[in-house]
Design a protein around this ligand. Structure first.
Ligand SMILES: [Zn+2]
Length: 308
């Protein structure tokens, strides 16, 4: 019987599910996070579990499940601590509950970290020794993979390295900082910049893609350039701190990599001489990188347990 793993990436807007075997991706599915978060804790857990099981074929055996979640997660307690962008899943004993429903070991990790694990194992940053990943979505996820291992902070926490000021003014981010990088350079920020120039009938999730279609118009091209500049301001800080050899850009905004790279490069050229250079690549796995990485993390946790 084929041995497989499941990965779920619970994002601020959408959630992705995959099943993954030793030879790669088997199946995938996307759902709106708001639809998954209806009802009490047990209803949410059983809904998550039943969606995972839908992707497990009859001739396969599920050996483990990984969860990636936006914002802070407590890996020891198996809980998401993100009341700002994942209120519907915050505080639920997610790992214990899913283990009960699925009958397999469950791991949990920050969503940027699972995306980074996937890109470092099988994607754009394959085998990079110091790979920094940014996921440009509802917020900005930042993750560093050092010699194949996640870089962690105190008590194993994932550093929320997108919340720092890049301007002395600007709106206040939910973190409390005015002119916060995450608030100015996420995909949501790019959407806000493009929105007034596009038809009001376009759905939020389509705004960046639709905006890109008009990139031959100067004012739209300028918006992408300015967005790249804002992204670059924060990236300079991370580059100085982490000195990666490869940067992988993922998440919804990264699809328009070519359009914002000129602004990003112009902004970074200002002090590149201080911190050295690195390769910048668009993610190879698209918006299911996080779910794939969650499944790979579950597989690796299973292998480590077997060795012990
Ligand atoms: Zn912030």
């Amino acid at each position: 019987m084929k041995e497989i793993f499941a990965g779920v990436d619970i994002g601020g807007t959408g959630s992705r599910f995959v099943t993954y075997g030793y030879d790669g991706l088997l199946a995938q599915m996307t759902m709106a996070t708001a639809d998954l978060a209806v009802g009490d804790s047990d209803t949410k857990l059983s809904r998550l579990a039943s969606n995972i099981l839908k992707l497990v074929p009859a001739d396969a055996k599920l050996l483990g499940t990984g969860v990636g979640a936006s914002g802070p997660v407590d890996r020891d307690q198996g809980i998401i601590n993100n009341p700002d962008t994942l209120p519907g899943f915050t505080g639920i004993r997610l790992v214990a509950g899913l283990e009960r429903h699925l009958g397999v070991p469950v791991t949990i990790e920050n969503d940027a970290m699972v995306a980074a694990i996937a890109e470092q194992r099988v994607g754009a940053g394959k085998h990079a020794s110091r790979m920094l990943m940014l996921t440009l979505g509802t917020g900005i996820g930042v993750a560093l993979v050092l010699d194949g291992k996640p870089f962690r902070g105190l008590h194993g926490a994932h550093p929320e390295a997108s919340h720092f000021p890049i301007m002395s003014d600007g709106d206040r981010c939910y973190c409390g900082i005015e002119g916060c990088w995450e608030n100015l350079a996420s995909r949501s920020a790019l959407q806000r910049m493009l929105r007034p120039h596009l038809s009001s009938t376009i759905a939020d999730r389509e705004v960046v893609g639709q905006g890109a279609k008009y990139a031959n118009e100067e004012h739209i091209r300028e918006i992408f350039f300015n967005y790249g500049t804002l992204l670059g301001r924060g990236l300079l800080v991370l580059q100085a701190l982490y000195m990666p050899n490869v940067l992988v850009l993922g998440g919804g905004a990264a699809d328009q990599f070519e359009l914002f790279m000129p602004g990003l490069r112009a902004s970074m050229a200002k002090s590149n001489h201080l911190v050295g250079n690195f390769e910048i690549k668009a993610g190879a796995l698209g918006d299911i990188a996080g779910a794939i990485g969650a499944a790979i993390a579950a597989r690796e946790a299973g292998n480590a347990a077997r060795v012990r």
